[in-house]
Write a protein that binds this ligand. Structure first.
Ligand SMILES: CC(=O)CC(=O)O
Length: 679
């Protein structure tokens, strides 16, 4: 057994488990049904054996509906995706805007240090005016509204106004290229597009009018009626009428608002399964899949995780670092449904420097901080100690997602802010707009382990033959063997459901395969994601995940900025070999001695069979726009496949750097050497 699994180490223990929201839910279920669920494990078992759990949760979360559900579920449009809560009528935006008082609902912060606060009352008022203008433009239930916007109060208002009408909201970050935006929006054919006109990132102003112009021109033949141009994020000024003329079908934000009749805010009452968001798969080649999520699913899953997982309530300030193009954006919005204040941050966390950003989190009294291993490792690698810079006494929970949180980062993060924090590593994704596995506030956190399966999610670990191997300590495919309310309702335009079936239900017929390679610790029941399952490394028959190598590489974070580990397999090779690419921190050189230390560290922590065949220095590691390391495309490239990068790749030129590694033998000392630092 992996030493990590054999000797689990406790990092944190809850001080008062019976005071958690999770335990309150357990007690409520016991009272309601006369059960004797005694701990989280019992509660989880109940949640995946009896669909009544979801009705209990509905009640516990206080879902606002005008018509209560008649039953829990019935057959849906596709056999794998049932229809939840038939008969119920609700509105997503109404649930998020249920508070209507002067407490702060949303703070919009910019990297310049400027912060503006908006009360629940003001937010509702802004949504009312925007929805009135949308209705005046003819927008109705089921129409699509798309946005190219930064994470700010404007984005929140547009999303809630759209969903109050029952229209479907979809957004991309402003740094997505025109082609990437068009690959998405041509498919969903929005009637209205909202676009920023400029953006400030890392101190640079970027003019977005050329992008808005190109997008508008192209979408004219795909159903676009209006593009609404938002005021400058830099000066706050509206776009000039001459600039306005450049963008076809454009109207300024203020003129758009004036076009409404200022009527009452009406929350259209719609079925639980009514489509609400369209998110996109991060395919790095080929057109993205348009994943449609329903109102009730996004609402219940988001509110479940924030309330039951992190104890978010009316006194909390929730900060999730995200762009509007990631599923963590609608996830963050769920904070409003808990009556909490959310902070929308627009800009780079590293500008003017990360110390300023960390002080900002402290000054704003953030209680739940959502971040990523990449951010945490950057802070750690630069020898910055957040608790020495500012006071993080208010911080209760740190949530990490987007990549695997390695054991060394677990340990560093636990101490970095405030040693009492509950450090939660979660994993799920765009496909379900929520998590499969995550935090359990009533149980200890073990170093390197995700605490448990999310309530209601029947996560299992399968081997290649579809046998459950989760109690063996052997890694396998993460699957989910029962439906839950945030399954995508469809892919936009996939009438028969064939693409959806192919994407998730084809490996193990009828069973959801997430594409993550995961292992459960039989001693603690904790879980570790080891990488993507299509990126599993398999040299000489040893199967392991890239995250195992990244964990070891964390020891070198003072000199190494980033690493990428992929398998290389070509038709002429009998075996797969592992290539490790290393990006050095500025001012540090890659050397034979460092390479030897890396090999020794991997050999010691894992085994000699895990040591990469080759280690190379590389200038850039490819990432998606949602900050995910791109392994599969690099694996394909080094294995001989030529790719056309999609708009999802944030730094597409970086992929070019990897083509030369197809011909290693020719490049590495004419095939004599087994390793080489830089070609
Ligand atoms: C919850 C998540 O899984 C977020 C992500 O990594 O996309």
């Amino acid at each position: 057994m992996d030493p990590q699994l054999a000797q689990p180490r406790i990092l944190w223990r809850p001080t008062n488990p019976s005071h958690t929201s999770l335990d309150a839910l357990r007690r409520m279920i016991n009272r309601k049904h006369g059960l004797k669920l005694k701990d989280f494990h019992d509660l989880h078992r109940y949640s995946v054996e009896d669909y009544t759990f979801w009705l209990d949760l509905w009640q516990y979360l206080g879902v606002i509906s005008s018509v209560a559900p008649e039953k829990i579920l019935q057959e849906g449009r596709f056999k794998e995706i049932p229809a939840w809560f038939p008969g119920a009528k609700l509105n997503y935006a109404e649930n998020l805007l249920h508070r209507n008082d002067d407490a702060i609902a949303c703070s919009s912060a910019r990297e310049t240090g400027q912060v503006t606060h908006h009360s629940f009352r003001e937010l509702r008022e802004r949504v009312r005016l925007t929805a009135a203008a949308m209705r005046a433009s003819g927008l109705k239930t089921g129409d699509r509204v798309a946005a190219i916007v930064t994470n700010s109060v404007h984005a929140v208002v547009i999303a809630l106004a759209t969903t109050s009408i029952g229209a479907i909201f979809s957004s991309t970050a402003t740094d997505m290229g025109s082609q990437g935006i068009l690959d998405r929006y041509k498919q969903i054919q929005p009637r209205l597009v909202f676009s920023e006109t400029d953006v400030l990132y890392a101190g640079k102003r970027i003019d977005l009018l050329p992008k808005a112009t190109e997008v508008s021109k192209e979408l004219l033949s795909h159903g676009l009626e209006r593009i609404i141009l938002l005021p400058s994020t830099v000066t706050g000024e509206e776009i000039s009428s001459s600039a306005n003329k450049i963008v076809p079908k454009s109207i300024s934000w203020s003129r758009f608002l004036e076009s409404g009749d200022g009527g009452e805010l009406i929350f259209e009452q719609l079925p639980f399964g009514h489509p609400t968001y369209i998110l996109y798969s991060s395919g790095t080649s080929g057109p993205p899949k348009c994943i449609v999520h329903c109102a009730g699913g996004v609402l219940m899953q988001g509110k479940k995780e924030l309330t039951v997982g992190y104890g978010l309530g009316r006194d909390d300030t929730y900060f999730q670092y995200t762009t509007t193009g990631w599923m963590m954006w609608p996830y963050m919005l769920s904070g409003l449904s808990c009556g909490s204040r959310i902070i929308c941050y627009d800009g780079s966390p590293f500008h003017p420097d990360v110390r300023t950003f960390l002080k900002f989190l402290s000054d704003e009294g953030v209680t739940v901080f959502g971040t990523s291993p990449r951010f945490l490792s950057e802070v750690q690698g630069n020898s910055i100690h957040p608790s020495k810079l500012a006071n993080f006494d208010a911080l209760r929970v740190v949530v990490s997602t987007g990549a695997v949180l390695t054991p060394p980062l677990f340990e560093w993060t636990q101490q970095a802010f405030n040693p009492t924090i509950h450090l939660v590593s979660i994993s799920g994704g765009t496909d379900i707009c929520s998590s499969f596995v995550g935090g359990v506030s009533t149980m200890p956190v073990y170093v390197g382990e995700i605490q448990g399966k999310s309530l209601g999610m029947k996560v299992e670990i399968f081997d290649l033959d579809g046998k459950n191997i989760e109690d063996t300590g052997v890694a396998g495919e993460m699957v989910c063997t029962r439906p839950h309310p945030s399954l995508p309702i469809c892919f936009w335009g996939d009438e028969t459901g064939e693409k959806l079936r192919q994407a998730y239900f084809s490996t193990y017929p009828g069973i959801w395969r997430q594409g993550d390679f995961i292992v459960k610790n039989p001693k603690t029941q904790g879980l570790m994601i080891l990488g993507r399952s299509d990126g599993v490394l398999n040299p000489s028959g040893v199967r392991f995940g890239s995250a195992e190598i990244y964990t070891v590489m964390d020891q070198f974070s003072d000199v190494i900025d980033d690493t990428l580990c992929v398998g290389q397999r070509r038709p002429e090779d009998r075996d797969e070999r592992v290539l490790l690419f290393v990006k050095m921190r500025p001012g540090h050189a890659f050397s034979k001695a460092l390479e030897e230390r890396m090999r020794a560290a991997i050999r010691q922590a894992l085994s000699s069979r895990h040591v990469p065949a080759y280690i190379f220095e590389i200038e850039e590691i490819p990432y998606t726009v949602n900050n995910k390391k791109i392994e599969i495309a690099v694996k394909q490239i080094v294995s001989g496949i030529t790719l056309k990068p999609s708009g999802t790749v944030a730094n597409p030129n970086s992929l070019e750097l990897y083509y030369k590694y197809r011909h290693l033998e020719r490049l590495v000392n004419g095939g004599r050497s087994k390793s080489r630092s830089k070609l």
